[in-house]
Write a protein that binds this ligand. Structure first.
Ligand code: FUC
Length: 770
């Protein structure tokens, strides 16, 4: 039993919550709050809410409140095919130039003849701002704003004269609306003006049917958008003009904001956003605030409460969140790590739900017309990192938007495979956008990188390993995996020097320019082939194709150990041990891949050496990746060092990851890293198949001597609860969903466990079953 202290609303309220590994069900988590004693000054201080599609940043000002909002389908551009007809004619020359040691010539030719048309992809867009003006509220006192991760509600509370004001805001998934309630504890005190505006110059507001509408178009032939605001007051008066809604002397007011674009699919933008808004408003406007809030909270908690994490609490937990971050380097604050972990889960729930777009570089939150890297889907690390926590932290359905994107890119990527490589199957390079571009973009020295699609396929197979969902495997995963593998059957070429099959042209993201045979590609392709072979076996289909992959796989250039004891990043032994580049691509096979494990001590040591050479610096996502990598290297203290450095150095006051600038991948990579420190399950317990080794507390740092986690997931269909005390395993509970066997490991002790579907198995610290 652990007791947690939290600061409640007005002053310090102590709450004791029992958390026991044995209970399994995660319930209320009162310490899961970000809170501040002043409004957000900058965007990176505002608090994110979202329902997967519809997001907002809540600033929490007293006299002027701002909710900057987004819809995940609002982008520049329009349906477009990016592949470069005729590019494949130049492939043999590009390959020859690389083989002759003339990479700059190869890059120059590729820039002219081989790149995406146009060279750049499109950008994710801001939608608009809901602005509320409360004249006279500048002098507010006793201010507090918070984001409660457990209810997914952002709240602002303050006192003005003898009244306490409270605003609550959430983005409802069940009701597809942003809901805001403004209230005071004295009657007739709620007076404000609400306006809508947008950074898009085309946007105009108008009054329509008692609502305020904001409508525009991103570009003349591009996406159209519309938002509608309805304000319902208790008591007082409401007036709507073409520019504003005014509320006077109400007891409280309910604001409903619905939002739509004309996007239907990457090939079709013919929807009517006004019609969509009308339907959405009709569905929501008759409902009372309490009912809306209840439905929202229930749906959120269905996902959020599947996992609870307690790493212990220190005095630092009583500070506002921004102050805790400032103190993170010097003051032990394990609860901040738990909060950061749950914030990552919160963000995934808020930015990725079945039917929405996947979380992009900023999830769904963006206020800029020209966001960094266009806020696209960058597939040479960032998009995948966004989904690292999906399975292991029990949010499997939040993974689904990524699978939809894969299905789209398998279509557009087929054209790119034909046009650029005269190959069958599909290929995706290092970025995609709303229009599902798959051709190489930006510059040939890093845009020509062929394993983006193959890496995404890793996610399809992982989803199957965690869920055992054969219907998913047959309908969604296998078709994309097979076609991705088919691309490499045609694409891989025999290296004349070594005789191995290699990937050329490509690069080791984003370092060293265009090359033949980067190690990362070969790790990813080996993984794709292995998983496709295994999937064909599970489904009992495509034996000839599986035989072809089985024949080719051992011919792919293997991982090599170089003269510095490092894992070679390239085919040749030319790594620079002083290189501290943020990308650690050749460690893919250690994490998120699984081909580098302690089973091969030499390779495991080489990977460790490479990571040591790269150092502990880097952008937010780079540090996050290193947390996962050090966890896989079973070094919890090194992983924890990086976590503390990421919190202290790469985290904005609102806990958003600071690349800098804001990029959400580091949040997700940090969350998965914490999970990897507590539980790993990537090592098959008997060859390939459905049986895995479930490793308990593989990388527990000294900084978390006592704690518990409930509801993490393991491959083979398990939910796992673990509690530990004084650095030692106290108890573990396995819930088997599929009835597969597994091997349970703690330290060097493994024990074989047979399970039945639906069975629960409890173990003591000695791994004896109880
Ligand atoms: C890759 C990284 C950058 C950034 C960008 C979105 O290009 O190398 O650091 O994360 O993606």
């Amino acid at each position: 039993m652990h007791t947690r202290q939290v600061a409640g609303w007005c002053g310090a309220v102590a709450l004791a919550v029992a958390a026991s590994a044995a209970d399994g069900a995660a319930t209320e988590q009162p310490t899961m709050r970000l809170w501040y004693d002043k409004p957000a000054g900058k965007w990176e201080e505002a608090l994110p809410i979202g329902n997967g599609r519809l997001g907002a940043m809540v600033f929490g000002g007293t006299a002027e409140e701002r909710l900057q909002f987004n819809d995940d389908t609002l982008w520049t551009g329009k349906p477009h095919e990016y592949h470069h007809e005729g590019a494949a004619q130049h492939l043999p020359t590009i390959r020859r130039l690389l083989a002759e040691g003339k990479p700059r010539e190869a890059e120059a030719l590729a820039m002219k003849e081989f790149m995406s048309v146009p060279l750049r992809q499109k950008a994710y867009q801001p939608f608009g701002d809901l602005r509320l003006a409360f004249p006279g509220h500048q002098t507010a006192a006793d201010y507090r704003r918070e984001l409660d991760l457990d209810s997914a509600v952002a709240t602002v509370r303050y006192r003005l004269d003898d009244a306490t004001y409270e605003r609550q805001a959430f983005s409802s998934h069940p009701d597809q609306a942003i809901v805001v309630r403004v209230a005071a504890d004295k009657p007739g005190r709620v007076s404000f003006t609400a306006k809508l505006d947008s950074p898009h110059k085309s946007a105009r507001t108008r009054a329509i049917g008692g609502q305020l509408a904001l409508a525009g178009q991103v570009q003349p032939d591009g996406l159209r958008f519309e938002a509608r605001l309805r304000v319902l007051a208790e008591g007082g008066r409401v007036a709507v003009t073409d520019g504003a809604v005014t509320v006077e002397n109400a007891d409280s007011a309910l604001l409903l904001l619905v939002v739509a674009t004309s996007f239907k699919s990457f090939q079709d933008i013919s929807a009517d956003p006004a019609e969509r808004c009308e339907a959405a408003m009709k569905a929501v406007e008759g409902k009372a605030f309490d009912a809306l809030r209840k439905a929202h909270v229930e749906e959120h908690q269905r996902l959020f409460r599947r996992v609870a994490l307690d790493l212990g609490t220190t005095d630092a937990a009583a500070l506002p969140t921004d102050q805790r971050l400032k103190a993170a380097k010097t003051q032990p604050d394990p609860q901040l790590a738990a909060l950061y972990f749950q914030f990552g889960r919160y963000l995934l729930i808020a930015s990725s739900r079945p039917g929405t777009q996947p979380a992009n570089l900023q999830g769904i939150w963006n206020d800029k017309l020209n966001p960094p890297w266009d806020s696209k889907w960058t597939t040479n690390i960032n998009t995948e990192m966004n989904y690292w926590p999906a399975e292991v932290t029990n949010l499997s359905e939040c993974h689904e938007p990524l699978f939809d994107l894969i299905a789209d890119c398998a279509l557009t990527g087929r054209k790119t495979a034909q046009a650029h490589y005269a190959a069958r199957g599909w290929v995706l390079h290092h970025n995609t956008d709303l229009w599902r571009g798959t051709a190489p973009i930006n510059h040939s020295n890093h845009g020509i990188w062929v394993t983006g699609g193959a890496w995404l396929c890793h996610h399809l197979w992982e989803h199957y390993l965690f869920t055992g969902d054969k219907d998913f495997l047959v309908k969604r995963a296998y078709p994309a995996m097979k076609e991705a593998a088919l691309f490499f059957v045609d694409f891989l070429v025999k290296d004349p020097k070594t005789g191995w099959l290699i990937s050329t042209p490509s690069n080791s993201p984003e370092i060293g320019g265009l090359v033949a045979g980067p190690a990362m590609d070969h790790q990813i392709i080996r993984d794709l082939f292995a998983n496709t072979i295994e999937a064909a076996k599970v489904l009992g289909i495509d034996q000839d194709f599986a035989a072809k992959l089985t024949e080719m796989r051992p011919q792919i250039a293997p991982n090599q150990t170089g003269k510095h004891g490092q894992l070679q990043e390239w085919l040749e032994d030319r790594d620079n041990p002083k290189e501290t580049h943020r990308h650690v691509s050749h460690l893919w096979g250690l994490y998120p891949g699984s081909e580098i494990t302690p089973a091969d001590p030499k390779l495991f040591a080489a990977a460790r050496q490479s990571l040591l050479f790269r150092g502990d610096g880097g952008t937010g996502w780079s540090k996050a990746w290193k947390i996962d990598l050090w966890a896989r290297l079973l070094d919890g203290n090194h992983a924890h060092k990086l976590l503390v450095e990421a919190l202290a150095g790469n985290t904005f006051p609102n806990l958003f990851d600071a690349h800098p600038p804001f990029q959400i991948d580091g949040n997700f990579g940090g969350t998965s890293g914490i999970a990897e420190m507590l539980l790993q399950s990537h090592i098959p317990s008997a060859g390939q198949g459905q049986a895995f080794e479930i490793h308990l507390l593989p990388a527990l740092p000294n900084a978390w001597p006592t704690g518990s986690v409930q509801g993490l997931c393991a491959r083979g269909g398990f939910e796992v609860d673990i509690s530990w005390k004084d650095g030692l395993l106290a108890e573990a509970l396995l819930r088997s969903k599929l009835g597969h066997p597994c091997k349970l490991r703690y330290g060097s002790r493994p024990t074989a466990v047979d399970t039945k579907a639906g069975g629960k198995y409890r173990f003591g610290g000695d791994l004896q079953q109880r």
